[in-house]
Design a protein around this ligand. Structure first.
Ligand code: TEU
Ligand code: CA
Length: 541
């Protein structure tokens, strides 16, 4: 495949609301982000993905947009946005914007018009069906719980919303809608952004009458049109959020010949610690061979035919060190192990703010502490179904989206250096030990491990281009694989748990990177891996 700049990049996701507050209102903002560019540059990332900062009533923390051309006053102004883009450029960094175009806010001017009357010119921007109160058009459910249809008094019809009722779905079949979106995307491209992360993009081809949400019949047609009408001739990074993707589907998006997107986020691994067929709240321990199967399938089936994204975390997922690592005694070791496992693979890695510090889940102890719409809806509906309070709390502590959204931990002060005011979501009290100031002062911190992994990707083409091959598929404790390129082989070996494990591979290896002190050359024939030990070795004769 032709080499693209984003194949060598590492993306850092910023959740602006929780990153850095510059004016003491308890909410992170653009000037806060700007003040932390030296920190991000030091980490070595070259692309920043900003979760939405557009004007929004905030029913879903900015994923409900009321004006795609405006910055929400809580985050700053368009002037400040331009300054951020310019200062990033000075530092060799690009900004990618969150593109949320499956739905708008119900307070967007289009919807305000559309709901007024059946013959309003904007009516067809959204999806309406006849019905009577209490009898929605069909059984389609919202991803946040309850029906996907909301009755609208003004005209006596229902509108579709796959998320919050304040997030009505756009009607992509309407060419006028698509034209508006291309225009808006071109506006941001002209402002100098480096690309887009596309929110739930696999929903835009929906066919609600046939119950089709993801991967609808016209999805790829729309994306090819988008490519032609907007970023196709520019060299941008585009990544689609695709919960329902298989590798076959992944190749449809990212095969360069099809001219759609650079890559997608796929979520198959996310389902491995829930009871199959049930909701993410129905917990089950991860079985390591299952994880290998999923990752290896994507690594192998995308080889030469598309491009993977690599991520453990985002603003919708619990913290990886609390999820599949150990957020107690082996927090540092396990955070580094997980980083090594992921960054050793082929694809573009994404780091979610605080992951580079080994930040943990929120540490909330009461159901009321959880503020996210999805958490609240779940608690309400499970209470009604008779679940115990303990059950609900256990699920939230493990899986709630709030876990990723507590303020970034900059220092050990009570508000973690995030704000001088009252943070919109409580700071995790463990900021006393886990924070950026501490990490920067400690050579052995998780931060510097990430820094090394990022640097390695820039310096070693084998990390970008090497072919992946899984070892020990059935082993329940060790995740090991190789990357090979131009006669060179790297071995990546990770002990996924807190007990020792023995490992053996034919030959000797030069240690490229490890999360423990290790000899420079290691005989790999008989190795005892220490708890959560992870290493990258270049194989020698
Ligand atoms: O997320 C898509 C999505 O499906 C998630 O809401 C997911 O279902 C949930 O977090 C896990 O169960 C995107 C955004 O990332 C998310 O923040 C938004 O809430 C959602 O779209 C609607 O825009
Ligand atoms: Ca602020």
């Amino acid at each position: 495949m032709e080499e693209k700049w984003w194949m060598k990049s590492v993306v850092y996701q910023i959740y602006p609301k929780s990153f850095c507050d510059s004016n003491g209102d308890g909410i992170g903002d653009l000037n806060g982000i700007r003040s932390k560019l030296p920190y991000l540059e030091r980490l070595g990332v070259d692309v920043l993905w900003l979760s939405p900062v557009y004007a929004s009533p905030g029913a879903d923390n900015g994923y409900d947009i009321s004006d795609y051309y405006g910055i929400d006053p809580v985050f700053g102004t368009m002037e400040e946005m331009k300054r951020l883009i310019a200062e990033c450029e000075d530092r060799g960094m690009k900004i990618i914007m969150d593109l949320v175009v499956n739905h708008t806010s119900d307070e967007h001017a289009w919807f305000v018009e559309a709901r007024k009357s059946k013959d309003n010119p904007y009516r067809d921007y959204y999806i309406w069906r006849p019905g009577t109160p209490g009898a929605p058009p069909n059984e389609l459910a919202s991803n946040f719980g309850g029906s996907a249809w909301e009755y609208s008094e003004e005209t006596g019809e229902y509108y579709l919303h796959f998320y919050h009722k304040k997030q009505p779905d756009l009607n992509w079949e309407n060419p006028a809608v698509r034209k508006e979106i291309w225009k808006m995307m071109n506006y941001w491209i002209d402002l100098g952004v480096g690309g887009f992360r596309m929110d739930v993009i696999d929903l835009i081809g929906k066919d609600p009458d046939r119950g089709i949400k993801e991967n609808g019949p016209k999805l790829h047609e729309y994306l090819q049109e988008m490519n032609r009408e907007t970023f196709g001739k520019k060299d941008l990074l585009t990544v689609g959020e695709c919960w329902g993707a298989t590798p076959e589907i992944g190749r449809l998006y990212s095969d360069p010949e099809r001219r759609e997107l650079s890559m997608i986020f796929q979520f198959e691994q996310i389902a491995l610690d829930k009871v199959p067929g049930k909701q993410r709240w129905d917990l089950k321990p991860l079985y390591l061979p299952d994880l290998k199967k999923v990752f290896s399938k994507w690594q192998t089936q995308m080889e030469g035919k598309g491009w993977n994204s690599l991520f453990w975390n985002n603003h919708d997922l619990p913290r990886i060190v609390s999820r599949w690592g150990d957020d107690g005694a082996y927090r540092v070791e396990s955070a580094k192990m997980l980083a090594t496992l992921l960054h050793g693979m082929k694809g573009t890695p994404y780091i979610y703010q605080g992951e580079e510090l080994g930040m943990t889940n929120a540490g909330f102890s009461r159901i009321e502490d959880f503020s996210d719409v999805e958490s609240r809806n779940m608690a309400q509906s499970r209470r009604a179904l008779g679940y115990s309070e303990e059950d609900i709390l256990r699920s939230l502590k493990k899986k709630a989206r709030d876990n990723a959204r507590t303020p970034m931990q900059w220092d050990d002060s009570p508000k973690a250096g995030f704000t001088s005011g009252e943070p919109w979501l409580p700071v995790n009290p463990n900021c006393r030990e886990i924070n950026a100031r501490q990490a920067l002062a400690d050579d052995a911190s998780v931060f510097y491990h990430y820094q090394k992994l990022i640097r390695l990707r820039k310096e070693e083409p084998i990390l970008v281009h090497g072919t992946y091959s899984l070892l020990l598929p059935e082993d329940e404790q060790i995740y090991a694989y190789t990357r090979s390129w131009q006669g060179k082989t790297w071995l990546i070996v990770c002990n996924f748990y807190g007990t020792c494990a023995s490992f053996s591979y034919e030959g000797e290896g030069r240690c490229v990177l490890s999360n423990y002190e290790t000899e420079e050359r290691r005989d790999l024939r008989r190795v005892t891996l220490r708890p959560y030990e992870a290493g990258i070795y270049e194989l020698t004769e």
